[in-house]
Design a protein around this ligand. Sequence first.
Ligand code: GCU
Ligand code: CA
Length: 401
Amino acid sequence: MFSRRRLSAAVALAVAVAGLVTAPGTAAEASAATRYEAESAPATCDGLIESNHAGFSGSGFCNATNAAGAAAQFTVTAPAAGTATIGVRYANGGTTNRPADVLVNGTVAHANSAFDPTGAWTTWVTRTLTVTLNAGDNVIRLTPTTAGGLPNIDHLEAGAPASGRTTVWLAGDSTVAANSGGNIVGWGRELGGYLTADAGVVNSAIGGRSVQTWLYESAVTATKNSAGECVLGSTAYAARWQAMLNASTGMKAGDHLFIQFGINDGSSTCPRHVGSARYRELLTAMVRAAQQRGAHPTLVTPVSALRCSGGTATATRGFLTETFDVGRATGAPVIDLHALSIALYNGLRFCPFNGDYSSGPVGAFFADDHTHFEAAGARQIAGLVTKAVRDQRLPLSTYLR
Ligand code: GCU
Ligand code: CA
């Protein structure tokens, strides 16, 4: 993240170099858009800068070569990471759509985005798209996908990433839950300490739950079906998931959902047991529900228990592959807390360990067993999660202290 001073210096520099101006009519708005002209560096144009069709802003427009791949590219500076609206002003005096992939930092954000005819080369319109930007510079590239090439491109405007209040919803087990009896504290309770006042945490993690018992609670029976999965007596969701799904009071656009299961799911018996396929199915449903509401789901692999092999902390949990599979299939980012927590235990030299959870650094970190944390340990695990949010440039990074 930029410091305030470095950021304003960066913006000032960008303004000086690129000749940026604030879009007319929006200057007074808090989230005023910044305009980046196609004819001014650092923008690039695989073709000619021309000015023979009136109505453009600045001193001209990009008339890219009529060929697939002949691109117009912009470099956009965002004050913070997050979702931003961009407007691409173009004219297409031809008679057919000139579709283009919109790439953000090398990744296709919108494939084959339509740039339909505008009726005349002097009729300029703005096409609006939503993209996720990193804090700092972002390269936005319009790459035409057909031989017709791009329409003429006048400029690109980028709004400031959305800000304001957000809610971080947590679904998980005792390692996330606020309290699970005694001195047991989950990392979800400590998360708020790393976030700005604009982010509220709703910690609905609860001890002893698999993804299935978290979603369905007592509807999950003690009986296994022929596929080896625990039979559901009803498909009514538990109140905590219903609350997140509630259209008016649940997850809303711009909110965040962190999902960490896989510890209790490893049980061989019902109701906790969950098989691989079922685990993927239920995790996918949760991710999709968040995405449908415009919220940002993040999958978290299960935090590791402390297990020492001599002087080295080793892996303890399953469902890692399944969690990554769901991330890949849904596009949801994955924080590998399992690996990060093992690395932390090794960094803190918790191994070799004599099994005494009442004293020493391990005793201060863990409650009374190798799985559960005291507040101090939970705080450090929450620190791993938020460091990953920052390192992976997840949407929540805008709300980190
Ligand atoms: C015309 C027009 C150009 C445009 C080109 C095109 O030549 O004058 O501005 O770029 O058509 O079809 O791409
Ligand atoms: Ca052209």
